[in-house]
Each structure stands twice: as C-alpha cells, then as structure tokens.
Design a protein around this ligand. Structure first.
Ligand code: MG
Length: 338
C-alpha cells in the first residue's frame, strides 16, 4: 500500500474576496492511495482560518503509515488512527479519508453515494458564489452567472448594501448571504439582516465571529430567516456547544476531517433539529465530487469550488448551471485531465 501526494496550485477565474481575505491562487494537496492494483484519490484544501497550510498538510501526510492498521480500508479505524496522529489537521485527514473511500468504492464497484446508502434521484442544486468586489464587477459576475438558479453572495465589509443593490439591479433570483464573521456587534448584524430580509434572501451564514455564540442566539431570536453556522462549526465536537444558537450548520468535508466524520456529523445535526448545508473550500473536482456524494443528506448545497477555478486538474461530478450530476462510476468517479 502506497500513499503519494503532490501540490497543485488552483487558479481562480476571479480574485476571490471574502470579509477576511482575498486570494487569486489556492494551493491544494492531492493524495493517491495505491493498493492491489487500484488507486483512490483524495484532496486537502488547507485554509488559514483553520490554522492549516500546504506545509502543515504535507507534514501530517509524512506521518501517515496505513500499513500499521489491521483494517486499513475500514473508514472508522482509519479515522481513529488519523486522530491519534494529531488533534487538528482536518483537511490533511480529509485527503486520506477521501482516498480510502474512493478506493473502497472502486473495489466494491459502486459509486460512493450508493456505498453510503443515499438516493440521488432528487436534483442536487448548488449555489454559485459571488465574492466581494466593486458594484460594477459584482453586477458583471451576476450576469455571467445568469443560468444558476440560486446565488450565494459574500458580504461583511462596509459596502454590503451596495453589493446587494448591484445584484438586485440585474436579478431577482433567491440569494443566500455569507458574512464570514464580518459584522462585529449584534446590533449591526440585526440591522443588516433586517434589511436583507426585504431583499429575497433565504438565509444568512456566519453573521458574526464564531466565538460570539450568545450574541448569535440573541440575533436568532429577532430575525425571520435561518442563521447558519460555518466558521463556528470547526470540528464535530463543537456541534453541541453551538446548536442552541443556530438554525443550521454548514458542513465542509475539509474542515471536519473527511467523509466518515462529515456523514456522522450531518446525522447528529439532523437529530438535534438543525438544517444542514453541505459546503466547500476552493477545491478541485476531487474534493467537490467527494462532498457531492453526501449532498442527498443536506437541505442546502454549496459545492461550486471547482467551477470558480480555471485549471481544474480533474473531471468528476458535473456542474450544469448549478445542477450537480454524479456519475455512476465506482468510487468518487473522478479522473485526471492531464
Ligand atoms: Mg461560509
């Protein structure tokens, strides 16, 4: 059994700006797990918000020796082993977990959604994300995205209302809004959300800093649209601490540490009465396709990281103007383009 990994720089079509950062190139690490004539692929898209980098991912992967396991293709045992190597490193763990799942699916001859027992007969509709920019550029991006039925709009800087007005000058389709912790006081957040409620906005993601749990609970009691945790749910263990303050959670395979943990976490969130969004980082089709196999479990889908880049090294789940189509190929169903 052999685990290889290599770095790829994903180039964004547009500079991607959110309330705390701006990026044009996103480095990721692709894993390849080869055993018994089959290769499973995975991906880590490390994010500095969660204290990870390509270097930390590579340092983690260097420590991984799956030959030490009695059941190296049991996702539960692999998860426990990876957690024994470090407390953190979620995207590095995801890169191993996804490759293991891809390998298992290929060996069993089933796509991963079937391995998970999920039904993909309902359409999987993803949002398309519009990063923060000047009103003119936002307007142009929204026009370019005219075939996508639902947009996710990034806000959280002083020009929020200008941005939403620019969007609304060209479309009246439903919007989901993500402030990425941008509003700092509960009063500011309340005022912004009350205004957004007049703009056909379906939900608001992470309006305030993750640690301000009680402020978010205060906010939730005063607004009429769902408030969804993203940065506040930075590990499975955090769920019970934040559940009372939110209506829903954004589960990303990369920040949770793999498909095995993400599926369990989604099931726990549903049991607690929370709605679920399945989201992503900027990722190639390896990571996005992996997350798409869990999409039937979610109420809201935000899996567009691969369509925001213009040098995706892989082909996987197709995104046809927001409709995500999984193939019935075994495992992830991804193949390299070069
Ligand atoms: Mg978010």
């Amino acid at each position: 059994m052999k685990l290889d990994y290599f770095r790829r720089d994903l180039e964004l079509k547009h500079t991607f700006m959110i309330s705390r950062s701006s990026r044009k190139v996103v480095p990721v690490v692709i894993t390849q797990l080869s055993a018994d004539g089959t290769t499973g692929r995975g991906e880590a898209s490390p994010n500095s918000r969660y204290d990870e980098s390509v270097e930390s991912v590579e340092a983690f992967l260097k420590k991984v020796d799956l030959t030490r396991l009695t059941m190296p293709f049991d996702p539960g045992q692999v998860t426990d082993y990876l957690d024994s190597l470090s407390m953190h490193d979620p995207s590095a763990k995801a890169a191993v977990d996804i490759a293991i799942h891809d390998w298992i699916g290929q060996k069993l001859g089933v796509p991963l959604y079937k391995y998970f027992g999920l039904d993909v007969s309902h359409p999987i509709i993803s949002t398309f994300t519009i990063g923060i920019d000047t009103p003119d550029v936002v307007r142009q991006k929204v026009v370019e995205a005219e075939n996508y039925p639902v947009l996710k709009i990034k806000v959280g800087l002083p020009n929020d209302e200008e941005i939403i007005e620019a969007v609304r000058s060209v479309t009246d389709k439903p919007l989901r809004v993500d402030a990425n912790e941008g509003w700092k006081t509960k009063e500011e957040a309340l005022e912004e959300i009350n205004w957004l409620c007049t703009q056909n906005v379906e939900l608001i993601e992470q309006p305030m800093p993750a640690r301000q749990i009680e402020d978010i609970k205060w906010l939730r009691e005063r607004v009429s649209i769902p408030i969804v945790a993203d940065e506040a749910l930075d590990s499975p263990e955090r769920l019970r601490e934040i559940a009372h303050a939110y209506d829903g959670v954004n589960v990303k395979v990369q920040k949770i540490g793999g498909l095995h943990k993400s599926k369990k976490l989604i099931e726990e969130a549903i049991a607690l009465g929370l709605k679920v969004m399945i989201g992503c980082m900027i990722e190639s089709s390896v990571g996005i396709t992996a997350a798409a196999h869990l999409a039937p479990l979610a109420d809201w889908i935000d899996l567009d990281g691969n369509v925001l880049i213009d040098n995706d090294p892989f082909r996987g789940a197709e995104n046809r103007d927001g409709l995500i189509v999984l193939s019935d190929k075994p495992g992830l169903g991804v193949e390299p383009l070069t």
